[in-house]
Each structure stands twice: as C-alpha cells, then as structure tokens.
Ligand binder design. Structure first.
Ligand SMILES: NC(=O)c1ccc[n+]([C@@H]2O[C@H](COP(=O)([O-])OP(=O)(O)OC[C@H]3O[C@@H](n4cnc5c(N)ncnc54)[C@H](O)[C@@H]3O)[C@@H](O)[C@H]2O)c1
Ligand SMILES: O=c1ccn([C@@H]2O[C@H](COP(=O)(O)OP(=O)(O)O[C@H]3O[C@H](CO)[C@@H](O)[C@H](O)[C@H]3O)[C@@H](O)[C@H]2O)c(=O)[nH]1
Length: 337
C-alpha cells in the first residue's frame, strides 16, 4: 500500500456490503476512517466498533458538514445508494433521488467544505448492452435502466464539478462483485439478495431450495450468461490504491473498470459451488431475465496500468469459499436469514 499521506476518509454506505469491506481495507492500511449510513440496507454490525459511525442520510447537508469538521475529512468514498436494477425500472424516481440528487448534495457539501478527493462507486450497468466484450472505459455508455443512468449522471456531475472546483475524483465501474472478507469479518448480509453467487451459496446451505438459471439460449459457449466476478476484498483494495493516487496527484482524476478481465457462465459458477461444497445445487433452467446482457466482461488494462493493484483472490473457487464461509457465519448473526 502507499507510503504517502493518509488523510481522513468518510465512507458513505460503510455499513453495506462493499462499503464495509472498504472500511476494513482502509483501517488495515492505516487510513483514518469514519462512516455515514442510514441503515436502509446496511447493518450496524458491519462497521467495527472503533470506527466513528454516524447514522444519517447523505442528503442531510448539516450532518455532513458536522462530520467533515469533526473528522477533518479530506476524502470521500461514496458507496451509499440503491442498487436493485428491476426496482429502478419500477420506481425510477427513487433512483434519481437516492443515487443522483443525494449525490449532488454530497458533492456540493464536499465542495463547500473544501474536501479535495472523491471516489465514486459506479457500475458496468453504465455501458448497457456492450457492443463488444471485453468492455473498455471509453466504449459507449448507453444504460438500459434507470439504475445505470442514475450512476452515469453522477459520473458527469463529478467530472463537471472537478473542472470548476478544487476536487479530483475517481470513478470505479464495478463488474460483478462477490465473495467476502477472507477473515469473515464482514460479507453480503442483505436478505432476499438476487446476485448469483449469493443465491447459489444460500441454496448450497439449504436456505433456498434451488437456483433458477435465467436463460440458456444466449450466444455464449454454454448458452448461459457470462460475467466478470471480482472478489470484494480485491475491489476494496483497488479503492485504497485509487485514493492514494488521488492524494498523490490532486490535478489528476481517473475513471477505471474494476474486474479481472475474464468471464464465467452461470453454469460454470454453479459447477464451482458444487466443487467447493462437494454437493449438488438444484438448478432449474428458465427463461431469460429482462434486461440481462449475454456477456459482460471488463477490459482491466487501465486499472492495471494506472494503480499498483495486484489482485489477491482472482480465483472463482476462492470467491465462492469466502462467500460460503460468510453465509454460514451470517446464520449465527441473523438466524432468521
Ligand atoms: N453489489 C454490486 O455488485 C455492485 C456493482 C456495481 C456497483 N455497485 C455500487 O456499489 C455501492 C455499494 O453497493 P452494495 O452492494 O454494497 O450495496 P448495499 O445496499 O449493501 O450498500 C449500500 C449502503 O448504503 C446505505 N445507504 C443507501 N442510501 C443511503 C443514503 N441516502 N444515505 C446514507 N446511507 C445510504 C445502505 O444502508 C447500505 O449500507 C452502490 O453504490 C452500488 O450501486 C454495487
Ligand atoms: O438467480 C440467479 C441470479 C442471476 N442469474 C444470472 O447470473 C448472471 C449474474 O447475475 P447477477 O448476479 O444478478 O448480476 P448482474 O445482473 O450481472 O448485475 C450485477 O453486476 C452489475 C455490474 O456488472 C451491477 O451493476 C449490478 O448492480 C449487479 O447486480 C446473469 O447472467 C443472471 O441472469 C441467474 O441465472 N440466476
């Protein structure tokens, strides 16, 4: 990790899945860190007791200003948001409010307080159905749902704001985030999750009776959807490297894909779950899910060239092993799930 200056960081959404891993990565690397989260989908238990925690909403500008003053905040990692694609289609204004309008409040409050660095959780959903795969950062951005648009609009706000004010930013476009902290300190805890690896682990542990395979007639090697699964702890580490890069060069902003640059099909993921558990998850072949591209794989060349980031867990079986370990621990923390 960087030997440079370690400035105080505010993590929004730090009680959520990815944010809680980022908090651990920052803490482990010696960065002062605080969290704001409204606990709509996050969990207080996901934030270590020695990390200052503010329960509140990122649209509360007065609270943000108080946190910046109390913590001496010099960087923001912005994970807070709503993340369910079909919900964004049914209730787009919720997404333009929670993801776009509230991000505007956060950015404006940061500018007013002179917070100079900003890292933003964006998504491969900004590309829509990519014209080619692997996907590069400069490829066309044409989201096919309000979730993707709500994120792309925030990317644009950051770029425009950075051009006008002393704030540099890093947009990280995540591909499919999976797995859990290797020490099982945190993981994906949301009930009713829809992500394939989480769903498959729940099925492997008997929390669900089957996994539905959404489409078997895609133009992919085995007909099922292909995705670039990245271990959440590698993703968290990428954030820490990105932050060090922003602090080291305040004139520089970055936009980077976060993935490993290789894809696995749904059937390959299920085979890996069976391999890891020695069991057999029940699969039910079904129709395509609306809005799913056939294949979504990152071109990771830019992040690999820009940051000294070396993935530690680029292995599907490892991702699944860690996801399963967390899923087992979660049963003891939240027995109802
Ligand atoms: N999970 C993925 O595969 C994935 C992929 C691409 C991008 N992302 C992005 O990463 C970020 C984190 O996603 P996640 O999977 O950890 O989701 P999550 O739901 O676990 O975490 C989001 C956190 O933000 C909090 N939150 C939501 N709205 C808030 C608000 N207005 N004020 C304060 N706190 C608020 C929630 O309580 C929760 O703790 C999101 O911005 C998401 O869009 C996730
Ligand atoms: O029960 C399931 C769940 C998923 N899938 C398939 O598995 C693949 C992955 O699906 P999922 O885990 O739901 O992730 P995505 O729909 O690819 O979207 C995730 O990854 C995107 C970035 O690539 C993010 O923007 C989204 O927020 C995040 O949910 C797709 O082919 C799905 O059709 C199934 O077959 N059965």
């Amino acid at each position: 990790m960087s030997d440079g200056e370690k400035v105080p960081v505010l993590v929004t959404g730090g009680a959520g899945y990815i944010g809680s891993h980022a908090v651990l990565a920052l803490k482990d690397a010696g960065w002062p860190v605080a969290v704001i989260d409204n606990l709509t989908t996050g969990f207080r238990f996901a934030v270590p007791d020695d990390v200052p925690f503010y329960e509140g909403d990122i649209e509360d500008a007065a609270l943000l200003a108080r946190i910046f003053a109390e913590q001496g905040t010099k960087a923001i990692m912005h994970f807070a948001g709503s993340i369910i694609v079909p919900e964004s289609v049914a209730d787009p204004l919720k997404y333009y409010h929670n993801n776009t309008a509230k991000s505007r409040v956060l950015i404006a409050t940061a500018v007013a307080a002179g917070v100079p660095h900003f890292i933003f959780s964006s998504t491969a959903a900004t590309y829509g159905v990519p014209e080619s795969s692997p996907v590069r950062e400069d490829d066309p951005k044409s989201p096919i749902n309000p979730y993707g648009w709500s994120k792309l609009m925030t990317e644009q706000m950051l770029a425009d704001t950075s051009a006008a004010h002393p704030l540099n930013f890093c947009v990280l476009r995540y591909f499919n985030v999976a797995g859990a902290d290797p020490q099982a300190r945190t993981g994906q805890s949301t009930a009713g999750a829809t992500h394939l690896i989480k769903v498959a682990c729940e099925a492997a542990l008997g929390k669900r009776d089957k996994v539905s395979v959404f489409g078997t007639d895609y133009d992919t090697p085995d007909g099922t959807g292909v995705r670039d699964y990245i271990h959440v702890s590698d993703l968290a580490a990428a954030h820490v490297h990105a932050l060090a890069a922003l602090v080291a060069d305040p004139a520089r902003s970055l936009t980077m894909n976060c993935g490993y640059g290789r894809g696995f099909s749904v059937l390959e993921v299920l085979a890996a779950v069976d391999r890891v558990t020695g069991g057999k998850v029940t699969r039910e072949m079904g129709p395509r899910r609306a809005g799913d591209p056939a294949a979504l794989v990152s071109d990771p060349a830019r992040i690999r060239a820009t940051l000294p980031w070396v993935p530690q867990h680029d292995d599907l079986d490892t991702i699944i092993t860690h996801a399963l370990a967390w899923e087992q621990k979660l049963s003891t923390i939240r027995p109802e799930h």
